[in-house]
Design a protein around this ligand. Structure first.
Ligand code: AMP
Ligand code: MG
Length: 419
């Protein structure tokens, strides 16, 4: 009788056909060309969009020298030791400049933001003067040019203010408004279509029959995509039937720049996603040496990028954050963002076998001395979605790591730095 040889499975620590996390990331990067279509948007409507052209300042900001304090503007050469008296000859408000002349020995009252008169180069704050009708006596030590904000000290005419590929933040809206720019040329939003696969899945609002579960992946995916400036096309649940999958994948790839599916990429008898990808498009890879999330089919269908994410709810989130999210950012034309990683002491022991990269769910917390530490969320099964819900970070454990003792420094990726 022939001897039974077990097939490689996701229970193995190492599997020769798998790519490493770094190789998979590289393969995805190599396949993506950022979108080039642009649109013109009014400033407020450009929030979270990616700039297509650099922004060059058309003006100086501030446009004129102005006072940084409420006080008195004078000729700096009038400053004397400790105590001297000047005559007040006028007043300047923000938006209402003083237009007369100011001689040596004279000063004007000036408010914060008011334009500096051309005669004056220095402001004394009002707390340092004694006022007697129009006679202003200055006390203390002062320096020429103090308390004046110079024209162009924030931005100078002709200066590049923001680069192409920069994503517009709330601060940028203010910065661009300070230049008087009303419209921007940005890259268009990318379109992402997604659906869940599985005969066992019901949508919320439906009654569960024996063996059925609610579809949670479409909700986590919706949530993660909503934090990005992308157009979301939710295509619902597709059963484990080749024809239904074929039609859904065709339709998705015609409508979207990126297609995401969950489930059906493993080696079960009803896992047809990879087969459909082979039929309709190109498979780039479909296995990564990582946990959770080993089966991940990546390739293209028509002009769309395709990510066949695993079915288990935690694997979906891990593979989305580690692979789909960076790909979406790259595709959207955003200059590649920095990965926020921290080195933190882990107080929990972690069991792990060498051979695959693990993304454990962790909780960053402050100990009684105010020092940030990390612990695991406990049970790490890929179906335990609660581990993602209570976690605030991933603990990254390299392929070769074979477990850690309590109080070891580990690499942590906070969820707050993910998007
Ligand atoms: P699969 O990769 O399709 O074999 O799915 C792996 C596991 O994830 C199975 O236990 C599925 O029932 C479960 N699963 C797949 N899709 C979903 C979903 N959309 N929501 C919740 N669980 C799912
Ligand atoms: Mg399935």
């Amino acid at each position: 009788m022939a001897e039974f040889t077990p097939q490689p499975s996701c229970a193995d620590a190492h599997e020769p056909n798998s790519l490493s996390v770094a190789q998979a990331t590289q393969r995805i990067n190599d396949l993506i060309s950022p979108i080039t279509e642009t649109e013109t948007r009014s400033l407020r409507n450009a929030l979270d969009y990616v700039l297509h052209d650099e922004i060059v300042s058309p003006i100086n900001v501030p446009p004129h020298n102005n006072s940084a304090m409420d006080g008195y503007a004078l000729h700096g050469s009038d400053i004397a030791d400790n105590k001297f008296t000047l005559k007040q000859v006028g007043i300047a408000f923000a938006g209402q400049p003083f237009t007369g002349n100011i001689q040596q020995g004279e000063c004007i009252r000036i408010m914060t933001g008011a334009m500096m008169p051309t005669d004056c180069d220095t402001v004394i704050m009002q707390e340092h003067v004694e006022v007697n009708n129009t006679l202003i006596t200055v006390h203390g030590q002062h320096q020429q040019s103090q308390n004046v904000r110079l024209a162009g000290e924030d931005l100078q005419t002709g200066e590049v203010v923001l680069n192409e590929g920069h994503k517009i933040s709330p601060a940028d809206l203010g910065l661009i408004a300070s230049l008087g720019i009303a419209e921007l040329t940005v890259k268009r939003k990318i379109r992402v279509a997604f659906f869940s696969t599985g005969d066992e899945l019901r949508s919320i609002g439906e009654e569960l029959q024996a063996g059925e579960i609610y579809d949670s992946n479409r909700y986590t995916l919706y949530g993660m995509l909503s934090h990005l400036n992308v157009e979301i096309i939710d295509m619902g649940v597709v059963p484990d039937q080749k024809q239904a999958l074929r039609e859904a994948l065709q339709q998705a790839s015609e409508q979207a720049d990126v297609v995401l599916t969950t489930g059906g990429v493993s080696v079960g008898d009803a896992d047809y996603v990879k087969e459909m990808l082979i039929e309709l498009g190109q498979v780039d890879f479909w296995k990564i040496a990582m946990k959770p999330g080993r089966p991940l089919a990546f390739g293209t269908i028509n002009n769309a990028l395709f990510f066949g994410l695993p079915g288990n709810p935690v694997s979906v989130m891990v593979t989305f954050y580690q692979f789909a999210l960076p790909a979406l950012l790259q595709l959207s034309g955003e200059a590649v963002p920095i990965k926020h990683l921290l080195q933190i002491n882990c107080v929990s022991p972690i069991r792990k076998r060498a051979g695959r990269f693990e993304f454990q769910r962790g909780i960053l917390f402050q100990d009684e001395h105010g020092v940030t530490q990390v612990k695991t969320t406990g049970e790490q099964g890929s179906g335990i979605l609660r581990s993602m819900s209570i976690a605030n970070c991933f603990i990254l454990l390299e392929e070769q790591c074979d477990g850690i003792e309590p109080n070891t420094i580990v690499t942590v990726q906070p969820f707050s730095g993910l998007i």
